[in-house]
Design a protein around this ligand. Structure first.
Ligand code: ADP
Ligand code: MG
Length: 588
């Protein structure tokens, strides 16, 4: 074997692993050649044939012959070109490597009409001739590894090779929405995607309109970093296959740091252990990222990773923080119409603007208690009910609170432009208190109420231990507690998040649920404790609320950062859209 052929085969080991890696290289070349349409044909999972055709700018005969030689690349003229190379490959050896381990037929034309066809077997050029064709390039790779039995042995069954190919094409299709893509498998159409303008449109074409329409839009700019994309509604997380797609400056990559940052944004909106579907495009200034750290360019290195991750987390959190993120009631109306391209009819979001910003005045029950010299809330509420007058807060609130009704002593209901909205009062209050407690724990202290008669609590050994472990956090939350020998605590002061708060029960239940808890980081412990205390302290299903209390809860929930979810990831808000209602009444 010629030394250069040996080198090609060695190079092939790096570049060409399986049919999917051949498809990846060929598609990248097509994109580099400015293709607007790419057709992929696969036989026997790519083990028999891989054909990639494009309408790019093609090659002259001379260039075509050069393209299958090692270091043939047209992209590097000088070493300095290595910096800031924006195209995919730059090593100039993919075609040579592929040709060395398969039978390759390359057809290309720089303009419609006269073109060139070259046949190569295992690295040796067999045939060069003319061909008439349209502008562009078609490369057919047959019998991959026919001359490398050791490699051939490592190929999987055609089904799993096919899936890997589809994965590569799918990733490209999400990265380059502007390119028309088709894939056939053993002669049958498997995927056919028109060029689209948006990620949502492309996802609709790949995974279906219903799936795409349910995702929440992310759009966050910070300095020169721009994060955009679509992420799963918390209520949907865990209900279907998880998918993650990430691109940086137009290139699909893997990056656990970015994925973790996005996932961090879901904290307290989904149960631990389930992970959200994410499609994110990150764009940073070219000099802020090094794309040449990975042989297949599947990873990048950021100059300021922290800043990028912060932007991702903030963007995703903001997407989740809208009322639009609340669970839809049953199957939303627009899902039935999925045939008439759902994406023309975006899901009706609850008008977030109408719910913001916070009015300056809170009301009794759901406000942080700052002083107990104020008049009794109960009396105030009673007054409102009796007089039928609008609660005091309405006078100063330029963002009107809708008429609220309590159902089953459990849900608040109101009407909205887009439909009927239900709020779970316990979940909502829990969310409100959680954010209040987190604010307190991460900065400052909760005002507390001194008890006239200190209360004693007798604890079991595990609860006493849980208290000792979290003592400082309890104090920050407004509990003033002394040890009283053995497992007895003397409670001198308690927080008073609302007048119905039962501190003894809250403390007992919180300590009981903290036994065995071993969160290590301070932040995680804060979250855990804030969530637990919020859950125990919140009003319960079955508590009757006065109109004033309902309004106060509505306002307090509106002012939270994640109004649509309680701290366990359940929905606090459910919408029943007018569409759905009309459909059920047969009006449409
Ligand atoms: P690289 O892409 O790293 O330059 P390759 O071996 O993949 O190396 O390709 C070698 C060269 O062949 C490319 O630089 C390009 O000039 C040419 N080439 C390959 N595929 C195509 C294509 N589909 N259309 C036009 N030119 C192509
Ligand atoms: Mg290439």
């Amino acid at each position: 074997m010629l030394p250069s052929a040996v080198a090609d085969q060695i190079a092939a080991g790096e570049v060409v692993e399986r049919p999917a890696s051949v498809v990846k290289e060929l598609i990248e070349n097509s994109l580099d050649a400015g293709a607007t349409a790419i057709d992929v044909a696969i036989e026997d999972g790519g083990k028999q044939t891989i054909r990639v055709s494009d309408d790019g700018w093609g090659m002259t005969r001379e260039d075509a012959l050069l393209s299958i030689e090692r270091h043939a690349t047209s992209k590097i003229r000088a070493a300095s070109d290595l910096v800031g190379v924006r195209s995919f490959g730059f090593r100039g050896e993919a075609l040579a490597a592929i040709s060395s381990v398969a039978q390759v037929e390359l057809e290309t034309a720089p303009a419609d009409g006269d073109g060139t066809v070259i046949r190569v077997d295992g690295g040796a050029v067999r045939d060069v001739g003319p061909v008439a064709r349209r502008r562009g390039t078609t490369i057919r790779v047959s019998r991959l590894f026919y001359n490398a039995p050791a490699r051939l042995k490592f190929l999987r069954g055609s089904q799993s090779e096919w899936r890997a190919v589809l994965d590569v094409v799918g990733t490209m299709a999400l990265t380059r929405r502007d390119v028309r893509v088709s894939v056939t498998r053993d002669g049958k159409a498997a995927l056919s995607l028109q060029a689209t303008a948006t990620l949502r449109d492309r996802l609709a074409a790949v995974y279906g309109g219903g799936f795409a329409a349910r995702l929440l839009g992310v759009d966050e700019v910070s300095g020169t970093t721009h994060v955009s994309g679509l992420v799963e509604r918390p209520a949907d997380v865990g209900t279907a296959t998880r998918r993650v797609f990430l691109s940086v400056n137009g290139r699909a990559i893997r990056d656990t740091g970015i994925v973790r940052a996005a996932e961090a944004a879901y904290r307290s909106t989904i149960p631990a252990g389930v992970r959200p579907t994410l499609f994110l495009d990150v764009v940073v200034a070219a000099d802020m990222v090094d794309v040449n750290v990975h042989p297949a360019k599947a990873e990048v290195r950021f100059r300021d990773r922290w800043q990028v991750e912060q932007t991702v987390e903030r963007g995703v959190r903001r997407a989740l923080g809208t009322f639009d993120a609340s669970a839809m009631f049953g199957r939303p109306g627009w899902m039935q119409q999925s045939e008439r391209t759902v994406l023309d009819v975006p899901p009706a979001p609850v008008d977030v603007e109408a719910l913001q910003p916070p009015p300056p005045v809170g009301e009794g029950l759901f406000e942080a208690a700052t002083s107990f010299d104020e008049p009794s809330y109960a009396a105030q509420d009673a007054h409102n009910v009796e007089s039928g007058a609008a609660p005091v807060v309405a006078a100063v609130d330029e963002h009107p609170v809708p008429a609220l009704m309590q159902l089953q002593r459990t849900y608040l209901m109101f009407e909205h432009d887009h439909g009927v909205v239900l709020i779970d009062q316990h979940s909502a209050h829990e969310r409100v208190l959680y954010e209040q407690f987190m604010g307190v724990l991460e900065s400052g202290a909760q005002p507390s109420q001194r008890l006239l008669f200190p209360m004693t609590l007798h604890l079991g050994p595990e609860e006493a231990e849980a208290f000792e472990r979290n003592r400082e956090i309890f104090e920050r939350l407004g509990f003033e507690i002394e040890g009283f020998g053995g497992h007895t605590l003397l409670v001198r002061a308690v927080p008073m998040p609302h007048p119905r708060f039962d501190p003894e029960r809250c403390l007992r239940e919180t300590l009981a649920s903290l036994t065995g808890d071993r969160e290590v980081s301070t932040h995680a412990r804060h979250e855990r404790l804030a969530a637990t205390v919020a859950c125990k302290a919140a009003i319960k299903a079955g508590d009757a609320l006065s109109p004033g209390e309902m309004r106060a809860l509505y306002i307090a929930l509106r002012d939270t950062t994640l109004p649509a979810h309680d701290v366990h990831g359940r929905a606090t808000i459910v919408q029943l859209t007018w569409d759905e209602i009309e459909r059920r009444f047969g009006r449409r």
